[in-house]
Design a protein around this ligand. Structure first.
Ligand SMILES: N[C@@H](CCC[C@H](N)C(=O)O)C(=O)O
Length: 275
């Protein structure tokens, strides 16, 4: 038997290992995901995207393919906005989908995507729902924020100080009663004309260079604080720039998606990583 096929890709430097597994046969344990994502003992990534045919492994969608997303610590999350762009790019490059519009299944529901000729991908991200307010504490400093559900949970804090000065090397504290399943924490500067700058500390990962659902949450929160629920913004993150539109009950995310490498995992390494 040959090794297990993998690809490496990223969307605005939020990077992923892709595992093509159409019939859902891989035994993708949390230990294997954590080993794959480890930047010293594995390939290194913020998460894993298992490419499963809908209906296999109990993962249902109206689309043909399902994005089985895992965080770098092995935990399962509902949705990944940068991941779904990379997933769509892979499907087109592999000849498994036609460029243009098609649907990708996720645990947060089906997500229509449009793969553009210029290497960007637009994702219809569904509603960005404001769910309340809460507080996060970074290095002893409290920041109030707007809670937003984009299929996964976010808390967005708008800062007067430059977000570049925050120390996000450690897990910020948050209200575990408000977010019993954990939360992604976004820190935002308003740049004027609707443009935002953002850093993020992701649930199950740590600080990443971009978070697609986080950028949608950030724009929805900024609009909410400005007294509206409709608008569009660019969001600059350390890994690049995306464009977000938010409307009542709907949102879109547009940004780049790249496949950078492909290869085979060593079978013996895979077997040992599972325990
Ligand atoms: N990087 C992602 C979000 C991945 C999931 C998140 N860490 C969670 O646990 O909810 C994105 O681009 O949206």
């Amino acid at each position: 038997m040959g090794g297990i096929e993998f690809l490496k890709g990223h969307g605005t430097q939020n990077d992923f290992v892709l595992l093509p597994d159409p019939s859902g046969r891989l035994d993708l344990t949390a230990a294997r995901v954590a080993a794959l994502c480890d930047r010293q003992r594995g390939l290194g990534a913020d998460g894993v995207l298992r490419v499963v045919r809908s209906g296999a492994a109990g993962l249902e969608s109206a689309g043909e393919w399902f994005m089985d997303y895992r965080n770098a610590d092995g935990s399962i999350a509902e949705m990944c906005g940068n991941g779904v762009r990379v997933f769509a790019r892979y499907l087109v490059e592999a000849g498994l989908a036609e460029a243009g519009e098609f649907t990708v299944g996720t645990r947060a529901g089906d997500r229509p995507v449009v793969v553009h000729p210029d290497r960007t991908v637009t994702v219809h991200m569904g509603p960005a729902a404001i769910t309340g307010t809460s507080v996060t504490v970074v290095a002893g400093r409290p920041f109030s924020g707007v809670a937003v559900d984009v299929g996964n949970p976010h808390l967005v804090s708008v800062l007067d100080d430059d977000v570049a000065d925050l120390d996000l090397a450690h897990q910020p504290d948050f209200d575990h009663d408000f977010f019993p399943a954990g939360v992604n924490l976004e820190f935002v500067n308003l740049l004027g004309d609707g443009a935002l700058r953002m850093r993020v500390h992701e649930r199950g990962v740590g600080e990443t260079r971009a978070c697609g659902t986080g950028t949608v949450a950030a724009v929805a929160a900024a609009l909410h604080l400005a007294g509206t629920d409709t608008g569009s913004s660019t969001v600059d993150i350390p890994g690049g720039r995306v464009t977000v539109t938010v409307a009542r009950g709907a949102s879109t995310l547009t940004g780049p998606a790249e496949i950078v490498a492909r290869g085979e995992l060593d079978e013996a390494w895979w077997a040992a990583a599972g325990v």
